[in-house]
Design a protein around this ligand. Structure first.
Ligand code: GLC
Ligand code: CA
Length: 564
């Protein structure tokens, strides 16, 4: 085992991109949420030219790829996850030319680009849905979606008991062109997001064309939205225990009729063939919220998705016993099909981990959010833990997803007032769940240069930043030793240098207990302190520390990497 000291070096991304094979197995992939990343024209909404202008900042961070949340044409009822034209850019974000320029610049910098594909539902403003509304019940146009007659003497009751994930029933009744009440359509999300009927071969064919459209424009792959929702049990039967279905997945119970249907796998096999027919290594990651993990692993068999988000890891409490079990299950499940695990701590649907870990907010993927009337997180503790959690996670073999702003240590906006809320969850639950807006606030780039701290010049923002964002601005962190940004940058560089992403894994038993977890990857000992007392460390070279310089001991909530 080499004993020489290892310092982080920062090779350019282009070099990494050209030398890696099966890059997705170990990649650090950064989620760009276009509305909130960078705004080039000052209208308060981030856009593609804004992203292009800031790509160098992402290359600086050392990531391998970006995933862009949807920027396609959309009425923005669910922040772009309601697509009305899959083959165009929404004017809010720019044009197809802007997209091409963004991809070209990303590739120049050695960054791969994944785009979000939303196949479970379209917008109600999509041409297919408009046509379906104009057409008669039972017509081929209606077969693009799930239209059904209602129950009850006059069809006034929804066709079944399914619930929308955003609250309320999963069905909305339409009005016929002559003004009479008509059939109902199914929407597992907002009523503006009708679910497509994936039994219809025309739907399947249309999406294959959509895949090719973006692959032809040079994208390196896709993040696929809600793939586990696309298949529906024949006849759309009632869920036997609907209150529980609304709460999400229930471990150990049979598949509900609206989730995890076997029929979807054939679709992804077809997509994989399309991706594989393109030069380069195109990859797709499924947002498959499918548990237990051995079941999720079926989605990443060698001829299906390359990756799925490891929601088990995201959802498991930040405490050692559960985390240990989760990591064990992750390796067991994904190894069994030869797939890498992904690791993720934050995204645009959950409370940012810098706030989440500063309080007790339950299962993150419940997407409830934190509002001004809720107990407020301790953001100082949260950030300290978040830095520890990130450094711990970045040392695990597999691929890591980062959510924009976490590299700045950004907290959730937890005091956002109701009048700014835009998430349909807030409206459909009448504010009981405040929803996800607090994780989606525009990024602060330059402290004090505008009311949005350099998100744009005008200070306009589709959501306001909380006052504290100024102190997290990127310009205050770049090049500053000890900043969260430099911690991420150093950790990512070391991760690459030490080969941790495609490394090995074994528990360091002497650090596995009630107050700590430790593991060894490629000769690097990684320890996190979950307890309230410092932990004594072996006298080995410290490669990275999440917070304080360790002096033979590891403080509570901190992580350290030691060269054995
Ligand atoms: C996914 C997206 C989320 C969206 C939902 C419906 O979970 O991440 O933002 O609201 O799907 O498309
Ligand atoms: Ca803009």
């Amino acid at each position: 085992m080499a004993t020489q000291p290892v310092e982080a070096t920062f090779p350019d991304a282009k070099h990494r991109a050209s030398t890696s094979t099966q890059w997705w197995r170990s990649a650090v992939i950064y989620q760009v949420y276009p509305r909130s990343f960078a705004d080039s024209n000052g209208d308060g909404i981030g856009d593609l030219p804004g992203i292009t202008s800031r790509l160098e900042a992402l290359a600086y961070l050392g990531i391998d790829a970006i995933w862009l949340s949807p920027f396609m044409r959309s009425p923005q009822k669910d922040a772009g996850y309601d697509v009305s034209d899959y083959q165009d850019v929404d004017p809010l974000f720019g044009s197809l030319d802007d997209f091409d320029a963004m991809v070209a610049r990303a590739h120049e910098l050695g960054l791969r680009v994944l785009v979000d594909l939303v196949p479970n539902h379209t917008s109600d403003q999509h041409a297919w849905f408009k046509l379906a509304l104009e057409s008669a019940p039972g017509s081929p146009q209606r077969q693009f979606y799930h239209f059904k007659d209602g129950r009850g003497p006059n069809g006034e009751l929804p066709p079944n008991n399914w619930l929308s994930m955003f609250g309320g029933p999963a069905w909305t009744r339409i009005t016929n062109p002559d003004g009479t009440a008509g059939q109902w359509y199914c929407h597992l999300f907002d009523s503006s997001q009708p679910d497509l009927n994936w039994e219809n071969p025309e739907v399947r064919q249309a999406f294959e064309e959509i895949l090719r459209f973006w692959l032809n424009r040079g994208v390196d792959g896709f993040r696929v939205d809600q793939p586990h929702a696309m298949g529906k049990a024949a006849g759309l039967p009632d869920h036997p225990d609907i209150e529980r279905a609304g709460a999400g997945f229930i471990e150990g119970e049979p598949s509900p009729p609206m989730w995890f249907q076997e029929s979807v796998h054939e679709i992804f096999r077809g997509w994989r063939k399309i991706l594989d027919s393109y030069p380069g290594e195109r990859a797709m990651c499924g947002e498959a919220y499918v548990l237990p993990l051995e079941f999720m692993a079926l989605w990443v068999r060698p001829d299906e998705f390359h990756q799925t988000f490891n929601f088990r890891y995201l959802d498991c409490d930040w405490q050692p016993a559960m985390l240990r079990q989760t990591i064990n299950e992750s390796f067991a499940a994904f190894d069994s099909v030869g797939a890498p695990s992904t690791w993720v701590l934050s995204n645009h649907d959950v409370v940012r981990h810098a706030s989440r870990l500063g309080g007790d907010y339950g299962r993150p993927t419940a997407s409830n959010g934190i509002g001004p009337d809720d107990p407020q997180p301790d953001n100082e503790l949260g950030l300290r833990r978040a830095r520890g959690a990130t450094l711990f996670t970045l040392a695990l073999p597999g691929s890591m997803y980062l959510y924009q702003g976490e590299e700045l240590g950004l907290p959730e906006h937890t005091s956002l007032e109701p009048q700014y809320r835009q998430d349909p969850t807030f409206f459909r639950t009448k504010g009981i769940r405040v929803g996800r807006d607090g994780a989606r606030v525009p990024l602060p780039w330059q402290a004090g240069t505008s009311a949005t701290n350099g998100f744009n010049d005008t200070g306009a923002g589709w959501l306001p930043q909380p006052d504290v964002y100024r102190q997290y601005s990127r310009d205050l962190q770049q090049g500053v030793t000890g900043s969260t940004l430099e911690l991420y940058r150093t950790a990512i560089a070391l991760r690459n240098q030490l080969g941790l992403g495609h490394g090995s894994f074994e528990w360091a038993e002497e650090f596995v207990g009630e107050t700590s977890l430790g593991f060894i990857n490629n000769g690097i000992l990684v320890v996190h302190n979950f307890g309230s007392e410092p932990i004594a460390l072996p006298s080995k070279k410290v490669l990275a520390a999440s917070f304080t310089e360790t002096d033979g001991k590891l403080e509570p909530n901190d992580t350290v990497w030691l060269r054995l």
